[in-house]
Design a protein around this ligand. Sequence first.
Ligand SMILES: Nc1ncnc2c1ncn2[C@@H]1O[C@H](COP(=O)(O)OP(=O)(O)OP(=O)(O)O)[C@@H](O)[C@H]1O
Ligand SMILES: [Mg+2]
Length: 240
Amino acid sequence: MSAEPMLQTSGLIAGYGNAPVLRGIDLTVPAGTITAVLGANGAGKTTLLRALSGLIRPTGGRIVFDGVELGGTPVEHLVRRGLVHVPQGRGVVEELTVEENLRLGGLWRRDRTDARRALAEVYDLFEPLARRRRHAGHQLSGGERQQLALGRALVARPRLLLLDEPSLGLAPRVTAEIMALLRQLRDDTGLTVLLVEQNVRSALSVADEGVVMALGRIVVATGPAELRDDEQLRHAYLGF
Ligand SMILES: Nc1ncnc2c1ncn2[C@@H]1O[C@H](COP(=O)(O)OP(=O)(O)OP(=O)(O)O)[C@@H](O)[C@H]1O
Ligand SMILES: [Mg+2]
C-alpha cells in the first residue's frame, strides 16, 4: 500500500440544478483498499460517485485523484487515467452482445493490444460471460449482467473502481461471489475500490474502511468491525 491516497476530497459540494446534495464531503481513500460507502436512501451516495467520475460538476471543494486535482476533467480522460464508474442499475446495453458491451469498456484505451488482453482476462474471470459472448444483454440473468458491468469496467484497466450497489437484486450467493472477486482484485492487483452498498453486511465483509453518509454528509468514518459492533450507530444510520 502506498502512502499517497488514491483519492481525496475536501469540502466537496455537488448536486442537481441549484440544490446541493453533497454538503461538504471530506473523504480519503487509501490506495489498494476497499472503502464501503453506506447510508439510507437519498443520502447522496450515488451523487458522490457521479461527482467523482465527472458525470456532474461539483460546485465547491476539491477532488484529488492519484495526486492530481480534478476540475471539469472530461470523463474519457478520467477513464484513461484509471477512474472507472459502474453505475447503479449497471448500464448494460441490452441490444448489444456480451462481447460488444465488454468492448465498450476499452473504447478510450489507446493500447489496443492490452485492451484485447484485458478482454481475455475478463473471460477467464467470468466463465458465464465467455460462454455467452454472442448473447444480447437482455438475455442475461441479473448476476450475469452484474458480471458484465464489472467486466466492462475491468477492460478499462481501472486503478480506482467506483461501484454503485453491485448487489442490488442479486441472490446472496451471487453477491458473495462479487464481494470475493473484489477482495481478490484488491489483494492480487492492488485495485482501489469505493463500494456503495445498501447490503451493509456484505460490504463490511470485504471493506477495509466504512463511511456512513446522511443528508449529503459523512457522519461516520471508521473500521468495518467498529461499524458492525456499534449497535447505536447501526440503529441510527444503517437500520439494523
Ligand atoms: N437527477 C437528479 N435530479 C435531481 N435530484 C436528484 C437526482 N438524482 C438524485 N437526486 C436527489 O438527490 C438526493 C440524493 O440522491 P442519491 O441518488 O445520491 O442518493 P443515494 O444515497 O444514492 O440513494 P439510494 O440508496 O436510493 O440509491 C435525493 O434527494 C434525490 O432525490
Ligand atoms: Mg444510489
